[in-house]
Design a binder for this molecule. Structure first.
Ligand SMILES: *[C@@H]1O[C@H](CO)[C@@H](O)[C@H](O)[C@H]1NC(C)=O
Ligand SMILES: *[C@@H]1O[C@H](CO)[C@@H](O)[C@H](O)[C@H]1NC(C)=O
Length: 379
């Protein structure tokens, strides 16, 4: 019995690895699209457009609620919104709910068992929460105005500019990297009311500009810094009803350890197994294209070592996602407005050749809030 059971157990995995997979894409022109990546012979793939819906505003970010198959879209426009979209396994998209929200939103996350959504508003220095589900008359549960005491050393640090909302692995805290204030703000979640309450901040070196963060287990946090063009590693301690972050390591993200060229803006950081990938926007390492930096992590100490820098296949890789299997990475190049898929070696973590690229909507302009904004795997 045992061997045959094992064989049957393997079959769905084998079948899954050769079937088509959807990719969701948002574009600042006001659209959300689904694409289909289909394996063909000899390890090749085709990438085709499937559905497009127009939601208006300036869609800037996708949160994917995979079990419920709902996309949550943030809107960076001046009169903002939150939009929920259901996605069929066939790539079909249907608008579920939409409500108005403060403008300038650049990221959001679900929390408290998916009962609430938190958004950060770069342009208006706000952290907002809403109770779900949304209706057209939904209003913020909380609208928290972030403050800072003085202008930071970088010209962009004129005001708090929160850039991401990250739920910790225990689901009890939300972390907000604030590029303007050089803080990683930390909030406790009240699971019954959905309210966030500040329990402190981790103060960064002036001019760091923290943008995005990702946990590695529950003892380590990696933070991508847009102004310093570094990635920092912190040890994480749960103490006194809050989280304490202690900086353990800082690394730049260029091949050979050289400093990032002027104009570079480190983007996102994602963790998969014992590796992280960091995107370098506007570094032109593969001119005219930008780059992705891969680091291996020591499973005991969490120390990071840069192991590879590869092409992003376009300019301004604003977002990227590693698939669950870890063998493919989708990159959303903002300015060139193309979706790029590259292979990833699961054992070494290194990014391999590009297997697909597709232009989506109108191209953007460097430094502008236009072009392609976000990509997401349907897995
Ligand atoms: C999307 O993909 C599904 C499944 O392959 C297909 O049935 C459908 O026709 C596609 N839709 C479009 C608009 O291409
Ligand atoms: C962190 O993870 C370990 C191992 O999974 C677990 O035993 C521990 O309870 C976690 N700590 C917290 C604060 O959740």
């Amino acid at each position: 019995m045992r061997p045959s059971l094992r064989l049957f157990g393997l079959l769905p995995v084998l079948l899954k690895s050769v079937s088509a997979i959807n990719i969701f894409v948002s574009h600042y022109q006001g659209t959300v699209q689904s694409l289909t990546l289909t394996p063909t012979s000899g390890g090749a793939y085709t990438l085709t457009a499937n559905s497009t819906i127009t939601i208006g505003g300036q869609p800037s970010w996708i949160t994917w609620d995979s079990p419920n198959r709902v996309l949550w879209i943030a809107d960076e426009g001046n009169s903002g919104s939150i939009t929920s979209i259901t996605a069929g396994t066939d790539g079909s998209l249907k608008k579920l709910g939409q409500c108005s929200a403060p403008g300038g939103a650049v990221a959001n996350t679900l929390y408290a068992n998916g009962g609430y959504i938190a958004s950060v508003h770069y342009g208006t220095s706000l952290l907002t929460t809403f109770k779900l589900p949304l209706s057209s008359s939904s209003r913020p549960l909380q609208q928290i105005t972030l403050t800072m005491s003085a202008h930071g050393p970088n010209s962009r640090q004129d005001a708090p500019h929160p850039h991401e909302t990250v739920v910790d692995p225990t689901g009890a805290f939300v972390l907000v990297p604030d590029l303007g204030a050089d803080l990683i703000r930390i909030y406790t979640i009240d699971p019954s009311s959905g309210k966030l309450t500040s329990c402190g901040s981790s103060v960064q070196t002036p001019g760091t500009g923290p943008r995005h963060a990702a946990f590695y287990g529950n003892k380590t946090l990696f933070v991508a810094n847009e102004l310093a063009n570094t990635v920092n590693r912190f040890s994480v301690e749960y103490t006194g009803g809050c989280i304490t972050l202690t900086k353990e390591q800082s690394s730049n993200t260029m091949a050979g350890g050289k400093a990032a060229p002027s104009g570079t803006k480190v983007g996102e950081v994602h963790v998969h197994d014992d590796f992280i990938i960091v995107s370098n926007r506007r570094d032109l390492s593969f001119s005219p294209d930008d780059s992705m930096a891969t680091f291996s992590l020591d499973p005991t100490t969490s120390a990071m070592t840069l192991t590879g820098v590869t092409s992003s296949g376009g300019t301004y890789p604003r977002t990227f996602q590693i698939n669950k299997a870890g063998d493919l990475v989708v990159i959303g190049d903002q300015t060139t407005a193309n979706v790029v898929v590259v292979k990833r070696d699961v054992a070494t973590g290194l990014l391999g050749p590009q297997v697909a690229s597709m232009r989506i909507g109108i191209v953007g302009h460097a430094e502008e809030d236009d072009g392609l904004s976000a990509v997401m795997w349907d897995d």
